[in-house]
Design a protein around this ligand. Structure first.
Ligand code: TXA
Ligand code: MG
Length: 350
């Protein structure tokens, strides 16, 4: 059985939060909304519960989990040491979508960090996530609440599609805000390195820290297998839709023209073609199955619509999805990182 609790994010009902928190404390799996995507939570200190996360997700056990806390101070319990630059970032960006890699303390079991010496910690800003973690009074290990290889969930429906009757509780707190997962920053090295781009942009981090590097795998410019994976999860092909996704990058005009060409060719082969377009260009494609992911003039809307649109295409039984790329700047880098990792093929235009 999966208990579904509908909770108002504006005013979380503390009785419902209490019920969910009990399940967490007692070793259950509880999916909950965060400001980025839905997470699949377990008590991070309970090895058996954490192991179940890997099992139900079908996640390789060498891919470590992020540990979520509700008080800034709790970072000191999970990390052996918190470097000064981490302190500064915590002051500025927590609670929020920034995950910090820190040297782990003895307290954190090896299964949670996949045997690594570091632990990834984040303090979510979503009121339901905060209330749940506070009430459970344990650090909460939570990957995105999707089966391994599927797009991350941005609504409770997505979570139920993947885990109905496989986990104890799903908290339905409506649609999430950002739609892409948190920025992952390694602060154990100097200069710090972005391992996964997210809502806190490289530009924002550089404003605070000066030098910040972006791992090539975070840009997804090299084939994941070829990179020496610092974040083990980065080496897996993620977010893969059922259809073959072909990503077309370049200036909007060239992208549109190339997608039209590709559409014709695939259709000639008898393939069912879907197009993931932006509001500005969706009118260009004629009869094809076109889904609007968001607006180019506001990349946040594209981040928010990305995983939902990929999941919608999965229900349409398309053979090929032709996706428009966007400028990999600001949150656009997070969008392009997800798309490049989902893509079976990439076409680069001027
Ligand atoms: O926004 C988010 O971060 C969401 C919500 C639920 O908080 N969580 C999330 O978790 O995206 P997950 O497991 O889907 O992605 C965590 C990423 C993986 O790529 C993993 O390899 C990396 O963080 N990671 C976790 N711990 C790590 C560690 N100790 N060293 C390197 N990478 C780590
Ligand atoms: Mg994930």
């Amino acid at each position: 059985m999966t208990l579904v609790l509908k909770i108002d994010p504006e005013k979380p009902d503390l009785n419902d939060v209490w019920v969910a928190a009990r399940f967490l404390r007692e070793g259950g799996l509880v999916a909950f909304p965060t400001e980025t995507v839905y997470g699949l939570g377990a008590n991070a200190l309970d090895e058996a519960a954490v192991l179940r996360i890997f099992q139900v997700k079908n996640r390789p056990t060498d891919n470590p989990l992020i540990v979520h806390i509700a008080n800034k101070d709790d970072v000191n319990v999970l990390a052996e040491r918190v470097p000064d630059i981490a302190e500064r970032l915590i002051d500025i960006f927590w609670p929020g979508p920034l995950t910090l890699l820190l040297p782990k303390s003895e307290l954190v079991p090896a299964v949670t960090t996949a045997g690594l010496a570091t632990v990834a910690v984040r303090m979510p800003s979503h009121p339901i996530a905060q209330a749940l973690i506070k009430e459970a009074d344990v650090p909460v290990a939570a990957p995105s609440a999707n089966l391994a290889g599927k797009p991350s969930p941005t609504s409770a429906k997505h979570v139920l599609d993947d885990f109905f009757n496989k986990i104890e509780v799903v908290i339905d707190g409506g649609e999430v805000g950002y739609g892409v997962e948190s920025t992952v920053l390694d602060v154990t090295v100097d200069p710090p390195v972005v391992l996964r781009p997210g809502p806190i942009t490289v530009g924002e981090l550089r404003q605070i820290l000066g030098r910040v590097e972006v791992h090539p795998i975070a840009k997804a410019e090299m084939p994941a297998e070829a990179a020496i994976a610092k974040a083990p999860g980065m080496k897996y092909r993620h977010y893969a839709p059922k259809a073959e996704l072909v990503l077309v990058e370049g200036s909007p005009r060239n992208v549109v023209d190339k997608i039209k060409e590709l559409k014709e060719s695939y259709e000639q082969l008898g393939k069912r073609v879907g197009i993931m377009a932006t509001a500005e260009t969706a009118g260009e494609y004629g009869s094809a199955l076109v889904k609007v992911v968001g607006e180019r003039k506001n990349l946040r809307t594209i981040a928010k619509g990305l995983f939902k649109t990929l999941r919608e295409f999965d229900l349409e039984n398309m053979d090929v999805i032709l996706a428009e790329g966007v400028e990999p700047e600001g949150i656009g880098l997070a969008i392009m990182n997800r798309l490049r990792k989902a893509a079976a093929g990439l076409v680069k235009m001027e």
